[in-house]
Design a protein around this ligand. Structure first.
Ligand SMILES: Cc1cc2nc3c(=O)[nH]c(=O)nc-3n(C[C@H](O)[C@H](O)[C@H](O)COP(=O)(O)OP(=O)(O)OC[C@H]3O[C@@H](n4cnc5c(N)ncnc54)[C@H](O)[C@@H]3O)c2cc1C
Length: 454
């Protein structure tokens, strides 16, 4: 009886799961294994929101496997040691894993290969799992990655998407391998009160609903802060509850301007993965150093984190992040610009805070978007700065987004909510809301001086 182990990592699903499919084709029995990797916790990447969401993902995966006669095996420890332990226990001759895109994943793969060679067990690494088009598949002539999005997009679109697989009908798991109890979402302390529910079942339901009822209007609505009209699929893509290839394929089948705009955003995700795969150090070091000598003002940084900068649209977005573990993309752009440019604080400070809270917190997309906004990344206009008042008027013209998240300003009507300091004195005395931490013109001038533009 041949046995294969499938190590699940960022691909917590049964549909379009190449590693699982190959294991089932190659062996009589399969151990679907997830290791709660101590290395991830030690790297400071084990934030409560993602831990809770992960618990849902594992529960959903286990339920799906049980419907097919199998079950999930969960272990906690050092990932390579745990895989080797399971291999020894069930006598597996193959281990299947998805190719990762981070430096951490590449290192894990190397160590696994070396450790399994001693056990005479073959390691099979499957491409195209995290992204629809594997990082490095499309490149500019003579280079290992694209540094500019538009030419990347053209080639990425032309590359097409592989055929995506269905979920298996049956999975036979050997009795010899036992599992720890599955982690429970309820046991995780410190999560955001309105955190989304994780798992493949939920992911597929949301994708269906989005393609049926949301995507058509995406082109017009994607930047509307109060409309909240984006897919909210990012955490499901991050944990691999949804296959990126299947998502792209189904959106293309749907067609139309909204679906095209949605696929373009998915391409941004893949753009950042191909940058990170080629430049793993860009997770914490400047992709393009600008000679910045960042400021550190703990009072201002705390005000930003807490959503008390005195700029309502910035504060609304920061409070949404804390409450939901998720923030609208427009909010991410303007809060990041506010920290890295207007306050001129190191982008790493902001990226760290986002990683501590975001349920979709992702090294490639968080760090490289932060770098993009800070002007140390791939933005071709690295010194542009977003004015929070202009952003508020454009993307929250009614002021409803601010009133939802900054209730102390709810009494201010219309767009007046964006500039509470202009309210008459007696009105201002009624709400407990801080004065702006910085004058916008001064912040801009300081940034432009620092970048040598003035
Ligand atoms: C400072 C900053 C930090 C960010 N950190 C993350 C992060 O940690 N994880 C993450 O997944 N995204 C991150 N993003 C990108 C983007 O904000 C989120 O993917 C998006 O808001 C998720 O909401 P949605 O699923 O409703 O997106 P939709 O608007 O419905 O877009 C569909 C999908 O496209 C992808 N996408 C959309 N915009 C981007 C983008 N700018 N870059 C990369 N992928 C994109 C996401 O996978 C998203 O789920 C960040 C953006 C900024 C500016």
């Amino acid at each position: 009886m041949s046995v294969a182990v499938v190590l699940f990592t960022s691909d917590l699903r049964l549909y379009d799961q190449p590693a699982l499919g190959a294991a089932l084709r190659g062996a009589d029995e399969v151990v679907p294994l997830f290791v709660r990797d101590r290395g991830v916790a030690e790297a400071g990447f084990d934030a409560p929101n993602r831990r809770a969401f992960l618990a849902d993902c594992l529960a959903s995966l286990d339920a799906g496997l049980r419907e097919r006669g199998g079950r999930l095996v969960v272990r906690t420890g050092e990932v390579v040691e745990e895989v080797c332990r399971v291999v020894a226990r069930c006598g597996a001759t193959q281990v299947h894993v998805a190719a990762g895109v981070s430096g951490y994943a590449a290192h894990r793969e190397e160590r696994l290969r070396a450790a399994l060679a001693g056990d005479r067990c073959a390691l099979h690494v499957h491409d195209a799992v995290v992204t629809a088009v594997p990082p490095g598949r499309v490149t500019p002539a003579g280079k290992d990655h694209f540094a500019v999005f538009t030419p990347f997009l053209r080639k990425w679109e032309a590359a097409g998407v592989r055929d995506t697989g269905k979920a298996p009908r049956a999975v036979r798991v050997p009795d010899t391998v036992d599992s720890e109890p599955l982690p429970s979402r309820a046991a995780v302390a410190g999560t955001s009160p309105a955190l989304a529910r994780g798992g493949e079942h939920e992911a597929r339901k949301r994708l269906r609903g989005w393609l049926a009822n949301g995507v058509e209007a995406y082109g017009e609505g994607q930047d509307d802060l109060s409309g909240d009209a984006t897919s909210r699929l990012s955490p499901y893509l991050h944990f691999g509850c949804l296959s990126a290839a299947e998502t792209v394929r189904r959106a293309r089948e749907k067609g139309g301007p909204g679906a095209d705009a949605f696929v373009r955003q998915l391409a941004w995700r893949e753009f950042h993965y191909q940058v990170l795969a080629a430049r793993p150090a860009a997770s914490w070091t400047d992709y393009r150093a600008r000679g910045d000598r960042w400021r550190t003002d703990e009072r201002e940084i705390a005000a930003w984190r807490e959503g008390r900068t005195g700029y309502p649209v910035v504060d609304a977005a920061m409070r949404q992040l804390r409450h939901e573990g998720w923030m609208h993309n427009r909010g991410r752009l303007l809060t990041a610009s506010f920290l890295a440019k207007t306050l001129y604080v190191d982008w790493r400070v902001g990226a760290r805070h986002f990683l501590d809270l975001l349920v979709d917190g992702d090294i490639a997309n968080n760090q490289l978007n932060w770098q993009w906004v800070a002007g140390t990344g791939t933005d071709t206009r690295p010194n542009r700065l977003l004015n929070p008042l202009t952003q508020a008027r454009r993307f929250d013209p009614s002021g409803d987004y601010v009133r939802r998240w900054v209730p102390e300003l709810a009494g201010l009507a219309g767009a007046a909510v964006h500039q509470p300091w202009t309210a008459p004195g007696p009105d201002r005395a009624r709400f407990d809301y801080p004065d702006p931490v910085v004058d916008l013109a001064e912040g801009r001038a300081r940034f432009e001086r620092a970048r040598g533009l003035l």
